[in-house]
Design a protein around this ligand. Structure first.
Ligand SMILES: [Fe+2]
Length: 293
């Protein structure tokens, strides 16, 4: 499984093969055997659960106002994100799907790696169908609907980023067939979850793991502790990560367009074969060729 190679637990990000025992709307159903997609059953969310969304949304939107890449904040508006209620996927999808063919689908919780990449390759983003409790606003044990939808979905309104996610799904399936899923997991981790981007001369947040975390939003940009390195595909594929603490290192891309071009211009399977026997790298050490961001 993706996470077992690098990390202790399942934080804000990659899927692994387990489900949320009492996920919203699916306690008695269990996941579909084919694609793990369940009904969102939006009407079953309680007023208290919507209130948790509202508290998190307001707090995080304010936190990100001058920290997130502009496309993230624009995505919240473009997709008409609900501030006071957990978004109803059918409504959200009306706008998103028309824009670029993506949809958000409900799943019980973490899904198996292959299913996850399969869904991305079909331009379907799986979102955990439950929300943390009000007493655990900074909960990060497993991705819930706030992390998955607030953190990930706004940037699906950006064409280059949406195309990157689709390409990642296709490549993830291929990497799985070649025994290199853990390398792809690192790309997913350092970019989709914990990516930073340079915009108008400043480093901004775009990774969902940061964007949905109150404390890490500040830490990722303002702390002197983590190393910030310019993105290099091979470097990222070789770099270990952990999920049980803030990141010790972040990678900074130049733009989503360049990121997509980089991925499309690389024979990823050949690159994965090339680095197969090379040792892992640390996120907080400068190696020859690394460029501080
Ligand atoms: Fe995530």
């Amino acid at each position: 499984m993706l996470q077992q190679l690098d990390m202790a637990g399942a934080a804000a990000a990659m899927p692994e093969s387990r489900t949320t025992p009492a996920a919203h709307g699916c306690i008695d159903r269990g996941p579909s055997p084919d694609d793990w997609i369940i009904e969102q059953n939006w009407h079953a969310f309680t007023a208290e659960e919507h209130r948790v969304w509202e508290i998190l949304f307001l707090r995080q939107k304010e936190m990100l106002r001058h920290r997130a890449v502009s496309g993230f904040l624009e995505g919240l508006d473009l997709l008409n994100f609900s501030q006071s209620e957990i978004p109803e996927f059918a409504k959200l999808n009306t706008i998103l799907n028309q824009r670029n063919g993506w949809t958000v689908v409900a799943v019980p919780g973490l899904v198996p790696d292959r299913i996850f990449f399969q869904l991305l390759s079909e331009r379907r983003f799986p979102a955990g169908n439950f929300i943390r409790e009000a007493s655990q606003l900074d909960y990060l044990e497993e991705p819930d609907v706030f992390h998955d939808v607030f953190g990930h979905v706004p940037l699906l309104a950006d064409q280059a980023f949406a195309d990157f996610m689709h390409a990642l799904g296709v490549l993830g399936l291929q990497a799985g067939d070649n025994g290199a899923m853990h390398r792809l997991a690192r790309l997913y981790w350092y970019i989709v979850e914990f990516g930073l981007v340079r915009e108008a001369g400043k480093v901004r947040i775009f990774g969902a793991g940061i964007a949905s975390s109150f404390a890490e939003s500040r830490y990722a940009l303002e702390s002197d502790e983590p190393q910030r390195t310019r993105f290099d595909l091979m470097r990222v594929l070789r770099t270990r990560y952990r999920s049980d603490a803030f990141q010790r290192g972040y990678f900074v891309i130049e733009s989503f367009e360049e990121l997509l071009k980089d991925l499309q211009g690389t024979d990823l399977l050949a690159l994965l074969a090339e680095i197969e026997d090379q040792p892992d790298l640390e996120p907080d050490r400068l190696y020859p060729g690394d460029r501080p961001a």
